[in-house]
Design a protein around this ligand. Structure first.
Ligand SMILES: NC(=O)c1ccc[n+]([C@@H]2O[C@H](COP(=O)([O-])OP(=O)(O)OC[C@H]3O[C@@H](n4cnc5c(N)ncnc54)[C@H](O)[C@@H]3O)[C@@H](O)[C@H]2O)c1
Length: 370
């Protein structure tokens, strides 16, 4: 008698169920943000963590012991050369993202890379070229897209609830909220200050909500006033050091090809009301409605009844967003879906932020080419 067929698969009595092989993940740079990725790799049914790399032996040993991972590399390049690894998760400071990502793609690995993909648009183009040559997936770790509030609002906007979005205001502002490690405050490691660190978060989210209109001009300013004052400090660990060579505040005005505009503000240090944490908000204004994130309010005007309607959205699923981004990437690799956060969208974000710096340096509006 032939063995019964269940759901299209041949079921052999007594034979063990063939489990699909898990994708093997190697993490490079096992500092603060890497710790938020591990739960995602552990949660996904498709992945397991098999190797870690870091230039700091103490970090490496500690994380290896906590995760039960024995393959520990002192150089990212050695982890990339490990033939067992399918996915490389890059969590180093920003300026090391491009060489490690390009090397990993050239070695045939899929890559999840922390934000910003790279501070300079030219470097992101190199990463895109390496991705296209390898045929592997490349995703930017923009975890705010995986928050329940973001998913719920994006779904509503995709249904057309705001109509044509013609203006946005976005900010991510901290009061005495500067990181203090060299990886963030020295340009040689970070590529920039809050523009590069947190500007990428709020701008990525805003452009995603707006449907990625093409930017055409950028006017920007940067400031470093408060860090120069005697006794300047950060809630995140002591005094603000003199060696900083990045900005503490920036603002920009962006015009898009479709006529839409955007005002962006970011700060690590600002006399702005939010003593703890940060004030991160986005307002979107369309011809059919306005919206606020993360409150997730939709604001409408009924001209027939002259009524104003404020609608509270319900969140999509919850869950910790850094973990969710890893789960989404693992799923995309395992099932052949496109990258959940395409590198082209990160290129658009960094093109605007790079133009902000150019405008701040020249005192002029920057016209984007191409
Ligand atoms: N998505 C987010 O919310 C978020 C938050 C914080 C940081 N980040 C990003 O994560 C990255 C790392 O930030 P972090 O806060 O984890 O910094 P961190 O300083 O805590 O950790 C970085 C780790 O990388 C290691 N490292 C440095 N250079 C290396 C190299 N060449 N090869 C291997 N290891 C190297 C360091 O020893 C350290 O252990 C940055 O790109 C940052 O922008 C993202």
């Amino acid at each position: 008698m032939p063995a019964p067929v269940i759901g299209g698969f041949l079921s052999l009595k007594g034979a063990s169920q063939a489990m699909p092989k898990k994708l093997k993940v190697g993490v490079i740079g096992v500092g603060g943000i890497a710790r938020t990725h591990y739960p995602g790799w552990l949660e996904s049914p498709h992945t397991e963590i098999v190797a870690l790399a870091d230039i700091r032996a103490d970090n490496l040993k500690k994380q290896g012991a906590e995760l039960g991972v024995s393959k520990l590399y002192s150089k990212g390049e050695d982890l990339i050369a490990d033939k067992e690894i399918d996915i490389v998760d890059i969590c180093t400071p920003n300026m090391y993202h491009t060489p490690l990502t390009v090397a990993a793609l050239e070695a045939g690995k899929h890559v999840l890379c922390e934000k910003p993909l790279a501070p300079k648009p030219a470097d992101i183009k190199k990463m895109i070229a390496a991705r296209d040559k390898s045929g592997k997936l490349l995703m930017t770790a923009q975890h705010f897209r995986f928050e329940g509030t973001s998913k719920a609002l994006k779904a509503e906007i995709s249904r057309g609830v705001l109509g044509e979005v013609y203006h946005a205001r976005s900010w991510m502002l901290r009061r005495s909220g500067s990181p203090t490690t060299p990886g963030f405050v020295l340009k040689q490691h970070s590529g920039g200050g809050p523009v590069i660190d947190i500007g990428v978060h709020i701008l990525d989210l805003t452009l995603w909500m707006m449907g990625h209109p093409k930017p055409v001009t950028v006017t920007g300013v940067t400031q470093d006033k408060l860090r120069r004052l005697p006794g300047a400090f950060s809630n995140w660990g002591g005094p603000v050091k003199k060696e900083w060579d990045v900005e503490e505040f920036a603002a920009a005005f962006v015009r898009f090809e479709n006529g839409a505009t955007l005002i962006l503000e970011v700060a690590w240090l600002l006399n702005h009301p939010k003593t703890h944490g940060e004030d991160m908000q986005m307002w979107l204004y369309g011809d059919k409605g306005g919206a606020h994130w993360p409150q997730n309010l939709i604001l409408k005007t009924d001209n027939k009844t002259r009524q104003h309607l404020d609608i509270q959205l319900q969140n999509a699923e919850g869950g910790e967003a850094h973990a969710k981004e890893c789960v989404a990437f693992a799923d995309a690799v395992a099932t052949g879906k496109p990258s959940p956060v395409p590198a082209e969208e990160s290129l658009a974000v960094l093109t605007i932020l790079d133009a902000l710096y150019q405008s701040a340096a020249s005192g002029r509006e920057i016209v984007l080419k191409g």
